[in-house]
Write a protein that binds this ligand. Structure first.
Ligand code: SF4
Length: 411
């Protein structure tokens, strides 16, 4: 089986004694890289061999093995959990505002933060910011290689550069020399908006092929300068082009990939485009760290990224809230209640599913798959655990009762 993952085998007896050989079911845990399979006991050797071969193929299809790159206290790639990133939108020179925003982002679940470093003052601020935060900081540099060096000297855990716009070969060599000396990884970022004219001419405009060639050219330039601690990103607001580019890139390199759809848009369009793009890419096992780009409060990016990863089975932890779409049976303010529940559970460290349903007719049944839920009635509601009604409460007490249950949760 190689080292594709752990196989834990659970054999179930066919109670009726009827010969029905084959795979009955399996549970594939992408996070742990393990599979539990249930098979019938008849003809085990054949079934086992076929089943394990099948699972091995599935395991190999997922989470492309990339080189692990250490960013401060975190590791990107190498099969480690996919990390969530965001970017501050404060003036980096304003240390207090930037630290406050990073702390909010970290509390929401941000693993790595990126700050723009457009001035020497911003580079200098990196030191004070770093002293006050607990997550790794990436300095985002354009045009001036000296800012990249200054940010590293001030303690940046990674720098994000486009080697094509920070000067020539000598300037890049100077940046790489400091990165190598300090063991600071470089994220090589390529953007569809800044594709070189030669590649635009070669491919007849911005294409996935051109973006990948541009990224690999830059990676090779850094390798030629003697460094191999890199993460690569390709950004395009064209979701399908971005997807195609990441597919090509993943086939061409083993460096970890930072995935995101750039300029995705405001909350609704940005979330939809990011969910489609990241979903298509991540579901192929491609991607080691992600950013959901939204025009809005960066904390919203973290919430969206967590939902995308959880939906794809790539991250566990945190409370998932499911709620019904409401209908003519809804007799309570379910929309308000669902939003209140979502806010309430945000910082409760449980790995549970909470259902918020609009009526007592279908709610309890529909909430069966949740660990706990509430179902509204006419001025009152039900508290439900694993589909079993445990309490009836006035509507105004539902939220507090749910919170109480969660804070005292025992498996
Ligand atoms: S749970 Fe009840 S209120 Fe909600 S959609 Fe279903 S039937 Fe309608």
């Amino acid at each position: 089986m190689g080292n594709a993952g752990l196989i834990s085998l659970s054999v179930e007896t066919n109670k009726l004694g009827i010969e029905t050989p084959g795979l009955l079911s399996y549970h594939w845990n992408r996070i742990k890289g393990s599979v539990t399979i249930h098979i019938s006991t008849i003809k085990i050797p054949t079934i086992l061999r076929n089943t394990l071969q099948y699972i091995e193929r599935r395991l190999h299809m997922h989470r492309q093995q990339t080189k692990p790159i250490t960013i401060g206290t975190k590791v990107i790639g190498g099969g480690h959990p996919i990390l969530i990133q965001s970017m501050t939108n404060t003036q980096t020179e304003d240390v207090a505002a930037t630290v406050a925003q990073i702390k909010r982002l970290a509390a929401a679940g941000c693993d790595i933060i990126r700050c723009t470093v457009p001035t020497p003052e911003a580079a200098a601020a990196v030191k004070a910011i770093k002293q006050q935060i607990a997550i790794p900081l990436v300095a985002d540099i354009h045009f001036d290689y000296r800012l990249a060096i200054a940010a590293m000297e001030m303690g940046a855990d990674k720098i994000r550069i486009n080697p094509g716009n920070i000067g020539g070969k000598e300037q890049l060599a100077a940046v790489v020399a400091v990165a190598r000396e300090r063991g600071i990884p470089i994220r090589v970022g390529v953007n569809s908006g800044s594709l070189e004219s030669g590649l635009l001419a070669k491919y007849g405009g911005v294409t996935a092929e051109g973006l990948v060639e541009s990224a690999l050219d830059k990676v090779h330039a850094i390798e030629d300068a003697g460094y191999d601690q890199m993460v690569i990103s390709i950004k395009s607001s064209d979701v399908l082009m971005c997807t195609a580019a990441y597919e090509r890139l993943a086939a061409a390199t083993s460096y970890p990939l930072h995935v995101g759809i750039t300029e995705a848009g405001t909350i609704i369009s940005g979330n939809i485009k990011s969910a489609i793009g990241l979903g298509l890419i991540l579901n192929q096992g491609i991607g080691d760290t992600i950013r959901v780009s939204l025009t809005g409060d960066p904390v919203e990016e973290i919430k969206s990224a967590k939902i995308i990863l959880r939906t794809l089975g790539l991250r566990r932890g945190g409370i998932e809230v499911v709620s019904c779409p409401t209908c003519g049976r809804t007799k309570i303010d379910l929309i308000g209640l669902a939003n209140q529940v979502e806010d309430m559970v945000a910082d409760i460290p449980l790995d549970l599913k909470v259902a918020v349903m609009g009526c007592v007719v279908n709610g309890p049944g529909e909430a069966k798959e949740a660990d706990i839920g509430i179902a509204g009635g006419c001025g009152e509601g039900l508290l439900i655990k694993k589909g079993v009604i445990v309490r009836k409460l006035p509507e105004g007490e539902l939220l507090a009762a749910l919170r109480d249950e969660l804070l005292n949760w025992k498996e």
